[in-house]
Design a protein around this ligand. Sequence first.
Ligand SMILES: [Zn+2]
Length: 292
Amino acid sequence: MRCSRNRGAERFGNGCSSAAARRMRLIFSAPFKSTTRQMRKTLSNLLTVTCVTCLLTSGCTESQRPSGPDGSPAAADANLAPRAERVLTREERDQLTPDEVLDSLKQGNQRFVAGTLTSRDHSKQVRSAALGQFPKAVILSCLDSRIPVEDVFDRGIGDLFVARVAGNFANTDILGSMEFGCKVSGSKLILVLGHEHCGAISGAIDDVELGNITAMLANIRPAVDHFADYQGDKSSANEEFVHMVAEQNVRSTIAGIRKNSPILADMESNGQLKIVGGMYHMDTGTVTFFEE
Ligand SMILES: [Zn+2]
């Protein structure tokens, strides 16, 4: 932008106001012998003209500054480049310890709860994982459709083996799958994941009998029988009792894994594997991990 003093232009180049033009002429016509006071006034006028010019020529306003999804500057700062993750290689997976894998699941769940899931290109990851997989954990979950296991731990394609059966118990087929995942493929962690408001747990408590469901629920009965001396209402109407049985079912399943799979028990005693339990809370998305 240039200013034409001789022509007395009302507007400058692409948008100075006539007021700004008058200020600019005043500045340039000020006597060289200005006092300090006049110099201060001159500098003040110059700043004013600069600001006016900026607004008129660049259109730089608060509403047009970059902002986060909710429009706040703070959110813009927090909305850094999205996390991007690729499929684990064998070397990367093998370098992890069981505790590091557990920590990564805990951190992933925190991101799930906070709504800051990692950005993933699943189409690309499918192609990357096509020639091999090196998952770092096996998760045994209930069949329940309200538990998106990979999302709950912010994991992507090739990260997890997920076994699902109503009531998250470990029969021979599940044990074989776990042995494949850990002994053959190299996973470092088994997580038995129960959850609140579980229909399978309620069915086992109420002794539901229907087709193959009867035999399936028999796998959960030991957790119900564990509370034979419970003095309260031992029906699915009692939320406290359902919660107690659901947690006990996770503990019983872990004990059964150690008892019925010498392969996995040996891996755990050698420090190659960790077997842990957790409960998924549907109302918050939080997973509570059981203490050892
Ligand atoms: Zn369930």
